[in-house]
Ligand binder design. Structure first.
Ligand code: NAD
Ligand code: TDX
Length: 339
């Protein structure tokens, strides 16, 4: 293994969103010598409240777009690494309007790579297991770093394109890069358009939860705090040019997850609506994280999904002001799509 990379100052793109903000908090809490600069455009998915409480002497917020090359020229030279979370992240949105996905996920990653290349800045790309397409429900196979790319949606194909750019900048220009492809995250501060927070906040608002298709699609759930610790291990100990898959053996089908939420929130197991399926809906994701565990010694902390779900339900119950204003618009958009 290479020597540990010890950055003193990192740029976290997309740090006002769900996973990026959890990562920013994790770094501040666990890496006392590191300064965090969050670069975020504050789209509908970004929220400055997600960064409240971070100490002024170790944290800087820059409001801006990752596609803005002039801004990147200003802020990248003083950083040791870019940890790139910023993205348009929701599959359903990518189906109704793909254009912002190409701009942010492809063009934005390109601009960041160019800024990193000019300054010799180490680059970690936060990507998704969805680049590998999907698996059959009855297939014992899981995704590994050697799985072929078969993205299904405009979102996942834009992430696949950005992974390819990162690999090319490593091979052609020798830029120090790592890539991680993680499975479905859950935890506090996830936007209420996503499956778990949508259903929790539906129940809190007296709306019946909505399940797509036959509800048997499988997702491999990981707590976002475990994603954060894995990204840190890869950034600081991962081999340049390498990809690492992040997952915590959390395969569950959607109907089981929904029933667990209903049960915990005092509802009957059939208190939900079946709604129109997502076009091109991936059937199953499953991650084999052997490389990450063997090579870098990473282990997940949150191995009890029920406990993580209880905490997540409690967080949305206790933080109604965080999501309430967005709820009507999110549900109106879904209703217009028959979902
Ligand atoms: P999110 O939608 O909650 O947050 C995205 C953040 O990026 C927001 O704060 C938004 O304002 C910002 N942003 C969007 N476009 C921008 C631009 N052009 N310039 C600057 N900032 C911009 O997303 P998330 O769920 O936290 O996902 C973060 C990353 O993790 C994404 O790259 C996503 O592909 C990846 N990922 C997510 C999951 C998951 O389960 N959510 C799983 C694996 C990988
Ligand atoms: O209301 C719903 N009902 C429903 O049945 C919603 C919003 C979703 N679903 C289903 C679709 C999926 O099978 O639940 C599953 C999870 O859906 P999402 O939360 O939209 O996540 P997914 O499409 O699996 O993608 C997520 O994980 C991989 C993230 O949004 C991506 O950013 C990440 O790359």
């Amino acid at each position: 293994m290479e020597n540990r990379f010890e950055p003193k100052s990192i740029i976290v793109t997309g740090g006002a969103g769900f996973i990026g903000s959890n990562f920013a908090h994790w770094v501040i809490d666990n890496q006392p010598d590191v300064h965090v600069t969050v670069l975020d455009a504050l789209t509908y998915a970004g929220n400055l409240d997600n960064l409240s409480g971070l100490p002024e002497d170790r944290f800087t917020f820059v409001h801006g777009n990752i596609c803005d090359a002039d801004l990147l020229d200003e802020i990248v030279p003083s950083s040791d690494a870019i940890v790139h979370f910023a993205a348009e992240s929701h599959n359903d949105n990518s189906i109704s309007d793909p254009a912002p996905f190409i701009r942010t996920n492809v063009e934005g990653t390109f601009q960041l790579l160019e800024a990193a290349r000019k300054n010799g800045t180490r680059f970690h790309h936060v990507s998704t297991d969805e680049v590998y397409g999907d698996l059959a429900l009855d297939d014992p196979v899981k995704f590994t770093e050697d799985s072929p790319y078969f993205p299904s949606s405009p979102y996942s194909s834009s992430k696949a394109a950005s992974d390819m750019l990162v690999r090319a900048w490593n091979r052609t220009y020798g830029l120090d890069v790592t890539i991680s492809n993680c499975s479905n995250n859950y935890g506090p501060r996830q936007h209420i358009e996503k499956f778990i927070p949508r259903q929790i906040t539906n129940i809190l608002c007296g709306i019946r939860p909505k399940l797509y298709g036959d509800g048997k699609n499988v997702r491999d759930w990981i707590h976002t705090e475990d994603h954060s610790s894995a990204v840190w291990e890869i950034l600081t100990k991962g081999r340049s040019g390498e990809t690492y898959l992040i997952g915590a053996d959390g395969e569950k089908n959607n109907i089981d997850v929904l029933r667990a939420i209903l049960d915990r929130m005092g509802k009957q197991s059939d208190d939900f609506d079946w709604v129109r399926d997502r076009p091109g809906h991936d059937r199953r994701y499953a991650i084999d994280s052997t490389k990450l565990q063997r090579e870098l010694g990473w282990r997940p902390k949150h191995t009890d999904f029920s406990e993580g779900l209880d905490d997540t339900i409690a967080w949305y119950t206790d933080n109604e002001s965080w999501w309430k204003d967005a709820k009507d618009a999110v549900e109106a958009k879904y209703a217009a799509q028959g979902q």
